[in-house]
Design a protein around this ligand. Structure first.
Ligand SMILES: N[C@@H](CCC(=O)NCCCC(=O)O)C(=O)O
Length: 254
């Protein structure tokens, strides 16, 4: 059996006078070496893409992080200049994608903005500029030109007892990096908490009674996949789920 095909979501960026659909290499390489998968980028072309046609061909979805924020109109709030930048083409692609992947039982690994998209796709809301909220810590990246410094391990998280994450990592607490100014607010009706930070910020979620593997993290395991055991284990577990999904699909076709 060939390796599982993993759909990776893309930002839309203006570079050199062109509109690019792009994802950081760290996610693509983590899929290859951490999940033993073949990454394929999904351009953020919204309704121009027939999602089911694409999802028929893949065995997993990675929803990447991004500095842009999900447009608040998508969860009943007003967009503002300060809340941006937004990426409307990405929103128009990833929210329906995640909803449909969850429904179809396709394994999903959603990271940072990806986790925020998952919650909004499932009917939840987001909090913004959480460092200004009473009792919350600053979860933003340190200001630095060094990516290693920006992605440095920043704080511990508590993993919910009996959760999928507890089963995957075999730990009750791990240390994670932190590069976000938004966080999950009200959870979508089927979204459940898998881990929290000391200040109550939701750090990982899954979807209750989902037919497939779903893990979403507010932190970035892709960055330290080669050197940090929990990061490595998360990509391995996702790869195992995608491989099992592919195997079942092939068996059902026979
Ligand atoms: N914009 C959201 C999403 C956070 C996220 O995905 N961060 C990745 C940023 C990577 C970088 O800064 O290089 C938020 O801020 O909460």
């Amino acid at each position: 059996m060939t390796r599982p095909l993993i759909l990776v979501t893309a930002d839309v960026k203006q570079i050199d006078g062109y509109r690019w659909h792009a994802a950081p290499s760290t996610y693509l390489r983590a899929v290859v070496s951490g999940s033993n998968g073949i990454p394929v980028l999904l351009p953020s072309l919204g309704a121009e893409i027939v999602l089911d046609d694409v999802l028929n061909e893949v065995d997993g979805v990675v929803a990447t992080g991004s500095r842009s924020n999900v447009n608040p109109e998508l969860y009943g709030k007003m967009p503002t200049e300060e809340n941006g930048p937004y990426d409307p083409d990405r929103d128009a692609t990833t929210l329906p994608l995640l909803r449909r992947a969850v429904e179809r039982g396709i394994p999903v690994f959603a990271i940072c903005r990806g986790m925020q998209e998952l919650n909004v796709a499932m009917g939840g809301t987001l909090l913004t500029e959480i460092q200004t909220l009473e009792g919350r810590k600053d979860h933003r990246a340190p200001t630095s030109d060094s990516q290693d410094e920006r992605f440095r391990i920043a704080h511990p998280i508590d993993i919910t007892k009996g959760s999928h994450l507890a089963e995957i990592l075999g730990e009750t607490t791990v240390e994670v990096n932190s590069l976000h100014r938004q966080a999950l607010g009200q959870l979508g009706p089927s979204v459940i908490v898998e881990a929290t930070a000391e200040d109550g910020t939701i750090e990982a979620v899954s979807v209750k009674d989902a037919p497939g593997y779903i893990i979403a993290t507010q932190w970035h395991p892709e960055y330290w996949v080669h050197s940090d055991t929990p990061s490595k284990r998360l990509f391995e577990a996702f790869g195992e789920a995608a491989t099992a999904y592919k195997k079942n699909k092939l068996t059902a076709k026979r």
